[in-house]
Design a protein around this ligand. Structure first.
Ligand SMILES: Cc1cc2nc3c(=O)[nH]c(=O)nc-3n(C[C@H](O)[C@H](O)[C@H](O)COP(=O)(O)OP(=O)(O)OC[C@H]3O[C@@H](n4cnc5c(N)ncnc54)[C@H](O)[C@@H]3O)c2cc1C
Length: 324
């Protein structure tokens, strides 16, 4: 028996969300008296040390071009093969785009119960396996008992801080024998120009229709740059084409849980909040004191963004200069 954790690497570093998943899987392994195996694909040149430090007792590495830009079914075949080889009773993902496409398929193959977007460690008292997840756009928390022998769970990013206090473990190479033929052909991959990946970002500066037009985004980007933050936007802003779609957060966009979310000129509709209300600290800048977003805010500034944001940028610059 083992817990298998699917992990990913970007720019030579294990993704933060993957380390959270390894921490989570290692805790479940300890709770259930088994081991935690991390699976990583095409990580050439990157350091895998953090996987062991985050609690993996074994690391399986697959290096095979067939899995570059592949589709969800082929990746499911691979993870299924690793789960069979490791005799895994629990498979963990981070709740990202890959997990949304692969985890349900894998659960069907393994005949496993599946909980997407878990927000707490499973309760395994008395032999049960109960997992909590947010429901109704984060308005309530539901507890699911997984009754099947095998379990698949995706962990909501930023639920727990990453801990890398363990020791690195050497990686074992796996030569997959799984079917790699795909009915889908990826013709082109466009890499986001954003240096900071939005789902991975600790700090996010986001703006909405209150910015009046795309020509006014310079100050949003400048504030983000000074803070070292990623940029995001509300849905109408990406729908009108003021900002790229990969910045759209909310119920129909990306769900994020950064440590700081600054919302500028965004009303705070429930569909927007669904994607950001897990943020640790929310700062709202809106000229309407009745804007619904203030109810979800930790800090609120009632004022015109065109006056407030330049002052914030100046304040951040001054603070940085005095701390250099
Ligand atoms: C099925 C469905 C799914 C949806 N999914 C999403 C989603 O995923 N994400 C999402 O964002 N939306 C989503 N929406 C749309 C959502 O309901 C809202 O319409 C949208 O979030 C509003 O965007 P906004 O706050 O940028 O614009 P507005 O609602 O127009 O709000 C603009 C805000 O800016 C403020 N403002 C104006 N001028 C200034 C100024 N000078 N300084 C400061 N503040 C100013 C105003 O007071 C106002 O509060 C969805 C809707 C539906 C029906």
């Amino acid at each position: 028996m083992s817990v298998l954790i699917y992990t990913e690497i970007s720019k030579g570093k294990i993704k933060k969300a993957s380390l959270e998943a390894v921490n989570y899987g290692a805790k479940i392994a300890a709770q259930t008296g088994t081991t935690a195996t991390a699976l990583i694909v095409n990580a050439e040149g990157g350091s895998l040390d953090d996987l062991g430090k985050a609690g993996a007792t074994k690391v399986i590495q697959v290096t095979n071009k067939a899995f570059v830009n592949t589709d969800a079914q082929v990746l499911t075949n691979l993870i299924n093969e690793a789960a069979q080889a490791e005799n895994s009773s629990v498979v963990i993902f981070s709740h990202d785009l890959t997990a949304k496409a692969v985890a349900p398929r894998l659960a069907a193959r393994l005949k496993a119960g599946y909980v997407p977007g878990a927000v707490d460690y499973p309760n395994t008292d008395g032999g049960k396996f109960s997992v909590k997840k947010n429901v109704f756009s984060g308005k309530a928390v539901a507890t699911y008992d997984i009754l099947s022998d095998k379990k698949v769970i995706s962990l909501l990013p930023n639920t727990f801080p990453v801990k890398t206090e363990g020791s690195p473990v050497g990686a074992t190479n796996m030569e997959p024998t799984t079917n790699t033929s795909s009915r889908i052909k990826v013709k082109e991959v466009k890499v986001e120009s954003n240096e900071l990946s939005l789902p991975e970002a600790d700090l996010v500066v986001s703006a909405g229709r209150g910015m009046k037009g795309p020509e006014n985004w310079g100050m949003v980007e400048e504030l983000a740059k000074e803070l070292g933050a990623a940029t995001a936007c509300s849905r109408p802003v990406s729908d009108i084409g003021w900002r790229p779609h990969h910045e759209h957060v909310g119920q129909t966009g990306i769900a994020i849980r950064p440590n700081l979310y600054i919302a500028i000129g965004i009303s705070g509709a429930i569909q927007h909040l669904a994607g950001v209300n897990g943020s640790k600290t929310i700062v709202v800048i809106n000229k309407d004191p009745e804007a619904p977003f203030f109810k979800a805010a930790d800090y609120g500034i009632v004022g015109d963004a065109f006056e407030v944001v330049p002052k914030l940028i100046e304040a951040v610059k001054k603070f940085k200069a005095s701390h250099n």
